[in-house]
Design a binder for this molecule. Sequence first.
Ligand code: ATR
Length: 275
Amino acid sequence: MKKLFAVIGDPIAHSMSPVMHNDLFQAYEIDAYYQPLHVKREDLEVAIKGLKAIGIAGFNVTVPHKEAIIPLLDELDPLAKSIGAVNTVVNENGKLIGFNTDGSGYVRGLLEELPSLQDKKVLVIGAGGAARGIYFTMAQAGVVQLDISNRTVSKANVIVSECPFDVQSEVLNMDEAEKNLGQYDLIIQTTLAGMAPNIQELPISIQHLKAGSFVSDIIYNPLETTFLQEAKKNGADIQNGLNMFVFQGALAFEKWTGIFPDTKRMRKIVLSQLG
Ligand code: ATR
C-alpha cells in the first residue's frame, strides 16, 4: 500500500515541502505520497491521534506546532529534546518518534559552501526557535567562538545557559554586535528582519563587517535579503536560506527512507516553485 507522509502547520498552503518530497519519492521510485495538512493549534492533539490511527509513515511539523507536539509523541531524540522543538516525526512500528533536522540541516548546508568550521569565530543574530537549533548544532561543530545577539537579550542568555555542549560564547546586545562585527568569520542571521513583506529591514547595520567573512541568512523569501546584499557589497561571501530548507528536508527524507537524496535536485525543484 502507498505510504503516506505529511507536513502539519498553520498556515500550510505555501509550504514547499510537498513538491520537494513528492518529487523525491518519484525519483527514487518509492510508493509514497506527501500531503500538506492544515492543523490549527487547538486541534493538534486530536490531529496527532488521527495521524497515528491511520498509520502515517512520517511527517514534518512546522509553525506553530514544533514545541507543542513534544508531549504528544511516544519518543524523542536527545538533540530534539535539548532544542525543545521537533520538525520531523518517524513512525517506527506504531511509535511516533520526534527529531529535529533544522539545526543539523543548517550545518550540513553550510558545510557545502564553507568546508571547515574549525577555528571560526561565529556570531548568531537572533534567539528564536530557529536560532536555538542552529546554536546547539553549531556548538558541536568545532568552532572556536560562538557568540549570540538578540533584540531581547534575555532570550539569548537562555539559549547559552541551556546549551548542552561546551563552547566559548558571549551574549551581545544588537549595538555591541554591530560594533564588533569585524571580529567574526561567520555571521548567521536568523531573525525575521528582512523577510517578505518587510524586505528593507536589517537586524543590524553591517558597516563594520570584515571583508572575506561569510554571511548566511536563513530567510529564503526573498532569496537575497537586504542584509545579504549589503554583506556582499562589503566583500563578504554569502549564503541564502535555501540550503537550510533543502538540507532539513534531505535529513528528514533520510530518516524516513534510509536514502540521503540528491540535494541539487531538491534545490532546483524549490527554486522553480519560488518562481
Ligand atoms: P523562528 O522560529 O523563525 O526563529 P521566532 O521564534 O518567532 O521565529 O523568533 C524570531 C526572532 O527574530 C527573534 O530572535 C526575534 O527577536 P526578539 O526575541 O527580540 O523578539 C527576532 N526578530 C523578529 N523581528 C525582528 C526585527 N524586526 N528586528 C530584529 N529582530 C527581530
